[in-house]
Design a protein around this ligand. Structure first.
Ligand code: ZN
Ligand code: ZN
Length: 98
């Protein structure tokens, strides 16, 4: 655990992962100290249209890994915005190189 952010732990819901970033550039990954990452964004992360945000490669990889870890013990994950259920993390998002 790097400790530079804490967006996902067993007490949190899946939507908190999504809430960890919002819409602007560059990398919007919010660190535990309340600041954004600020490195140049390399990816546009699209959370099935509900949320979009730009992230650097490191934070994209971390986000995906954490989502997958979160989803691993669950049969599905639910989006708090549109209430859709998804059977896998891969179905939830797309990431496009920018
Ligand atoms: Zn970043
Ligand atoms: Zn949604």
């Amino acid at each position: 655990m790097s400790g530079d952010q804490n967006i996902l732990d067993e007490k949190r819901e899946f939507e908190d992962v999504i809430g960890a970033w919002d819409d602007s550039v560059p990398c919007l990954w919010r660190l535990a100290n309340g600041r954004n990452c600020g490195r140049p964004a390399r990816w546009m992360l699209n959370y099935h249209g509900c949320v979009r945000g730009t992230v650097c490669t490191q934070h994209l990889n971390r986000w995906v890994k954490r989502c997958e870890e979160f989803a691993a013990g669950r049969s599905s994950v639910r989006c708090s915005k549109c209430k859709r259920r998804f059977l896998s993390v891969a179905a939830v998002y797309s990431a496009v190189r920018i």
